[in-house]
Design a protein around this ligand. Structure first.
Ligand SMILES: [Zn+2]
Ligand SMILES: [Zn+2]
Length: 574
C-alpha cells in the first residue's frame, strides 16, 4: 500500500524581508500491517474496550475490538507497525485500573483494508460464556475532582462514577455486565448521561452505573426510628451529627456501616454497649493518608495497599501518641484502617472534623450485615441515632476486606470487597463444577469454572441460620453468574454436626453430585500446596479444633499432604 507524506521544506529566507515556504512532495512506500491481538485476564466489564477504542483512535489505527468467549478481548489493529507497537506498549502500561492483562498473544500479518476503528458488540454465544465478574473498586480521582468542582453538574453527587471506578459486583443481578442487569436499571439515563454513555470517546462510554443528580439514586437522612428528615445536605448533616457524638448507620456500596467519632470515649462506650461488642476492635475510615499518619504508622507497603483501588482495611500499628480513643481497639497496638472508597464516604468525611471515624459492619453478632433499608431500620432501631440511606438496591452484600502484614507481606484476614468474586490464582489443575463450603467459622464458599477457583464474598460464622442462608444464596449467585451448568462435587468439612456439612449434603442431593468431606487441617495445607503449585508438602496447620477421621477432635497438626490424601506425622494433644 502506498502512502503520501508531505514534509515542509526547511524555512529559507530568500530575501531579508520575505519568508518563503516551499513544500516538497515525497513518495514513501510504507506497508500497513495488521496485528490480531488476543488479551486474556480480567478484561471484560472493566472499561477495557472503551480504552482500546480511545487509544486506537488517538493513534489513528483502524480495526476493531470485541469480547471473546473465554472472557478475553480480541483487538484487530491495522496501520503502521510502529504505531501498533506503541498501542501495545500503552495497553500494557496504561490499561484501566481494574483490568488485569495476564496474557497478550499477537499475530502479525498483511493489512486487509480495515477502515476506521469499531467497538463491536459481543456475539450472544460469547456473552453466554463470559465467566468473570468484576469486583467493586474505589471512586477514581477524576470523579472525585468532579464531585468537588462547584461548576460541575456532578458537584457533591455521591454516586458519581465512570468506567474506571465504582460498584460492580454489589449491583450485578446477572451477566452480561450491562446496566439492565444491575440495580441501576431502575434509574434511566437522562439525556446528558446518555450522550456520555454512548460516546466512545467519553470516559463514561459504556460505564454501566453512570448517573447524575438528575437521573441517579439519591441519599436521605432518617432519624433513629426511620422517619425521613427534611434536610438540604444529608451528607454534610451526617458529618455534623457524627462530630456531635451521634451514632449513624450509613448505607454504602456493599452494605451498612455503623459510624461514630473516634475521639470521645463516651461515644464509643455507648456504641459498644448498644451492639454488645465489649472488646472487638472497630475498623476506622479516614479521608486521606495525612489523617491516617496522625494516629497510625504507615509503611510504604501499607500506603500502597491503603491507596489501592481495592481499598481494604489494613491493620496498622498505632502511633505511640495515639490521639484516638483507646476504645477503638482496646488492648491492641494495632488499628484497622481504610481510606474512604465511595462518593458517600468522601462527601461525609470531607465535611467532618475527626481524623477518623468508626466504620464497622452493621450487623448484630453472628448475623450478616444489613443491606436493605427496611431491614436496617428494623434491626438497628434503638441502637443508632440516625440513618443515612439511599434508594439504590444492594444486590450482593459485600463486607470490607481486611489485610495485615506478616513479615512485610500482605496477608488476607478477610477477602471480600474489591477482590470477590475474582478467581484465585492457583497453580493447580481444577475440574469444573466443584462447590466447596468450608467449615463453620469465617466461611467463604468456592466454585470452580474454566479452571479457576472463584470465591464468594466473606460470609462469616455460619452457626446461625441467617448466615447459612447467606452462604447458600452467595454460592447460588456465583453459580448463576459463572453459568456453571453442572455441579459434580460438593466439598465440605468432615465434622458431622457443622451446618455446612448438612448444607453440602442437601446440595449434593439436589444436584446429584458426589460429596467429598475433607479433614480440616488437611484442607488448610492442601490450599497452601495449591497456592504454591506444590504436589506434596509437609506442613504444620496450627489451627484450632478440626474433626479427625478417627472421630476425635484434632488440634494443631503436622501432616504430609499429597494432593487429595495425607498422612498424620504428629500433632498436639486435644
Ligand atoms: Zn471514576
Ligand atoms: Zn443523568
Amino acid at each position: 500500500m502506498l502512502k503520501l507524506y508531505f514534509f515542509p521544506h526547511p524555512v529559507q529566507p530568500s530575501t531579508p524581508t520575505l519568508l518563503r515556504i516551499r513544500t516538497r512532495l515525497v513518495y514513501l512506500v510504507r506497508p500497513l500491517v495488521r496485528a490480531e491481538v488476543l488479551v486474556r485476564g480480567l478484561v471484560q466489564g472493566v472499561g477495557f474496550r472503551p480504552f482500546c477504542y480511545r487509544l486506537a483512535s488517538d493513534l489513528g489505527l483502524n480495526g476493531f475490538v470485541r469480547n471473546t468467549g473465554d472472557a478475553g478481548v480480541q483487538i484487530v489493529l491495522e496501520g503502521e507497525r510502529d504505531r501498533i507497537e506503541r498501542f501495545l506498549e500503552l495497553l500494557r502500561k496504561e490499561h484501566p485500573p481494574l483490568a488485569d492483562v495476564r496474557e497478550l498473544e499477537i499475530r502479525w500479518m498483511e493489512a486487509r483494508g480495515e477502515r476506521g476503528f469499531r467497538d463491536l458488540p459481543s456475539e450472544p454465544s460469547v456473552l453466554g460464556r463470559m465467566s468473570i465478574v468484576p469486583p467493586d473498586i474505589a471512586i477514581c480521582e477524576r470523579c472525585l475532582a468532579e464531585m468537588s468542582d462547584p461548576s460541575n453538574r456532578r458537584y457533591r453527587y455521591p454516586f458519581t462514577t465512570c468506567v474506571d471506578c465504582g460498584p460492580r459486583f454489589t449491583i450485578i443481578t446477572g451477566l452480561p455486565y450491562d446496566r439492565s442487569l444491575t440495580s441501576m436499571a431502575e434509574f434511566p439515563l437522562c439525556d446528558e448521561c446518555s450522550a456520555e454513555y454512548h460516546d466512545p470517546s467519553d470516559r463514561r462510554y459504556r460505564a454501566e452505573p453512570t448517573c447524575c443528580p438528575r437521573c441517579g439514586p439519591s441519599v436521605f437522612l432518617c432519624d433513629g426510628s426511620g422517619k425521613r428528615l427534611d434536610v438540604g445536605n444529608p451528607l454534610g448533616e451526617t458529618a455534623r451529627l457524627l462530630d456531635e457524638g451521634q451514632i449513624v448507620a450509613i448505607k454504602g456500596i456493599g452494605g451498612f456501616h455503623i459510624a461514630a467519632k473516634t475521639t470521645e470515649d463516651r461515644v464509643l462506650e455507648r456504641l459498644r454497649r448498644n451492639f454488645n461488642r465489649p472488646q472487638q476492635p472497630f475498623a476506622v475510615m479516614s479521608l486521606d493518608l495525612e489523617a491516617v499518619r496522625s494516629y497510625a504508622e504507615v509503611t510504604v507497603e501499607a500506603e500502597a495497599l491503603l491507596k489501592s483501588i481495592q481499598r481494604p482495611i489494613v491493620l496498622l500499628r498505632k502511633r505511640e501518641d495515639f490521639p484516638l480513643s483507646e476504645l477503638v481497639s482496646p488492648g491492641l497496638d494495632t488499628v484497622g484502617v481504610m481510606l474512604a472508597y465511595s462518593g458517600i464516604h468522601h462527601a461525609v468525611l470531607s465535611e467532618g472534623r475527626d481524623p477518623a471515624y468508626v466504620m464497622t459492619s452493621a450487623n448484630l453478632p453472628g448475623l450478616p450485615m444489613a443491606v436493605d433499608n427496611g431491614e436496617a431500620i428494623s434491626t438497628l432501631r434503638g441502637l443508632v441515632d440516625y440513618f443515612l440511606l439511599h434508594n439504590r438496591k444492594i444486590v450482593n452484600r459485600c463486607d470490607d476486606s481486611v489485610v495485615r502484614f506478616s513479615a512485610g507481606v500482605p496477608v488476607f484476614i478477610r477477602r471480600s470487597r474489591g477482590y470477590a468474586p475474582l478467581p484465585l490464582g492457583l497453580r493447580v489443575q481444577l475440574r469444573d463444577g466443584i462447590v466447596a463450603l468450608g467449615g463453620d467459622l469465617c466461611v467463604t464458599g468456592a466454585v470452580t469454572k474454566d479452571g479457576g477457583c472463584f470465591l464468594t464474598q466473606h460470609i462469616g460464622d455460619v452457626s446461625k441460620l441467617e448466615t447459612l442462608i447467606y452462604l447458600r444464596s452467595a454460592v447460588r449467585r456465583l453459580l448463576d453468574l459463572l453459568r456453571v451448568g453442572e455441579v459434580r462435587t460438593v466439598a465440605c468439612d468432615m465434622h458431622p454436626s457443622y451446618s455446612t456439612t448438612a448444607e453440602a449434603r442437601r446440595m449434593a442431593e439436589e444436584f446429584g453430585a458426589e460429596i467429598v468431606q475433607v479433614q480440616h487441617h488437611h484442607a488448610h495445607l492442601a490450599a497452601l500446596a495449591a497456592e504454591h503449585g506444590l504436589a506434596e508438602i509437609v506442613g504444620i496447620a496450627a489451627d484450632g479444633a478440626g474433626y479427625g477421621p478417627d472421630g476425635t477432635v484434632w488440634g494443631g497438626e503436622v501432616l504430609f499432604v499429597s494432593g487429595g490424601s495425607f498422612k498424620r506425622l504428629g500433632g498436639l494433644r486435644p
